[in-house]
Design a protein around this ligand. Structure first.
Ligand SMILES: [Ca+2]
Length: 235
C-alpha cells in the first residue's frame, strides 16, 4: 500500500502525530508541580525565585532564572512531581548570558548532582548527598553546556539538583532557568509509556520488572515473552 501526503498542512500534522506518539511524557507541570530552593537571591526588582524553573519559559538570561544567594556552602533546587513516576531523564537550561564565555556561564554548576527519591531529602543535610538517591554526579572537571539532558532512571517523586562544590570565592550557587523531567507514569515504560502489566509489581522505565518478578507464564527480566510453565521470579 502506498501512502501519499500532498497537503503541506497534513504533512505537518502527520509529523507532529509521529513525534508525539514516540516520546516520553514531560512530567513537570507548572499547575501541579511544587518547586523550592535552598535560598532566593533578590536584587532591586529582580527575584531569583524557584518557580522560574517550571514556568515554561526557556529563556536563559539570568533575569528569567532562579538564583540562590551567596556565602552558602551548598545550594539546591527541589522539584516535587506530586506522585511517583518512572523517570527517564532530567533536562536543565542553565544561565547563559550574552558576553559571558561558555565556561563562565556554567562555572558555578560544576560538581553538581541530581537526586531522585520517594521522599524529600533536604534535611538533615547529610542525607541529601546520600549515594542511594544520586542518579547523576558531575565530575566537576569540565566545562558544562548550558543545556544538559542527563539520564536518571528511577521511580521517584522528588528530583533535587544539588551542589556543594565551591566554584568561586562567593560560595556555592545554582542559577537554573528551566527544568523538564521526562519519563512515564509508574507501571509504564518506554517511549510510548506502555503498561508493564506482566510484572507482579513495578517496572523501571526500560520495562524491567522489580524483584517481585513476573506474573505466571512470563519470564524475567522484562516479563515480555510467554513461556510454557513459565518462570515467575527474577533472579
Ligand atoms: Ca523558566
Amino acid at each position: 500500500m502506498r501512502f501519499y501526503v500532498c497537503n503541506p498542512w497534513l504533512l505537518y500534522v502527520w509529523i507532529n502525530i509521529l513525534s508525539f506518539a514516540f516520546c516520553y511524557d514531560q512530567l513537570v507541570n507548572a499547575a501541579s508541580t511544587i518547586v523550592s530552593s535552598s535560598s532566593t537571591y533578590n536584587y532591586g526588582s529582580y527575584t531569583g525565585s524557584a518557580d522560574k524553573t517550571i514556568d515554561g519559559n526557556l529563556d536563559q538570561v539570568y533575569t528569567n532564572c532562579m538564583h540562590t544567594v551567596g556565602g552558602r556552602s551548598e545550594a539546591w533546587l527541589q522539584i516535587d512531581l506530586g506522585g511517583l513516576f518512572n523517570l527517564k531523564s532530567v533536562k536543565i537550561w542553565y544561565r547563559q548570558d550574552i558576553n559571558r564565555g561558555k565556561d563562565q556561564n556554567t562555572k558555578r554548576l560544576k560538581g553538581f548532582s541530581i537526586l531522585a527519591s520517594y521522599e524529600p531529602v533536604l534535611k538533615p543535610y547529610t542525607s541529601i548527598v546520600d549515594k542511594r538517591y544520586q542518579c547523576y554526579k558531575d565530575p566537576g572537571n569540565v566545562t558544562l553546556d548550558t543545556e544538559l539532558e542527563l539520564n536518571c532512571t528511577r521511580l521517584a517523586r522528588y528530583v533535587t539538583i544539588y551542589n556543594d562544590q565551591k566554584n568561586d570565592g562567593n560560595g556555592v550557587f545554582l542559577e537554573i532557568c528551566e527544568v523538564e523531567i521526562y519519563g512515564c507514569p509508574r507501571r509504564r515504560y518506554g517511549e510510548n509509556c506502555t503498561r508493564c502489566d506482566t510484572c507482579n509489581a513495578e517496572c523501571d522505565v526500560t520495562g524491567r520488572c522489580d524483584t517481585l518478578g513476573c506474573k505466571e507464564g512470563y519470564h524475567p527480566p522484562f516479563c515480555k515473552a510467554k513461556k510454557a510453565g513459565g518462570v515467575t521470579k527474577n533472579t
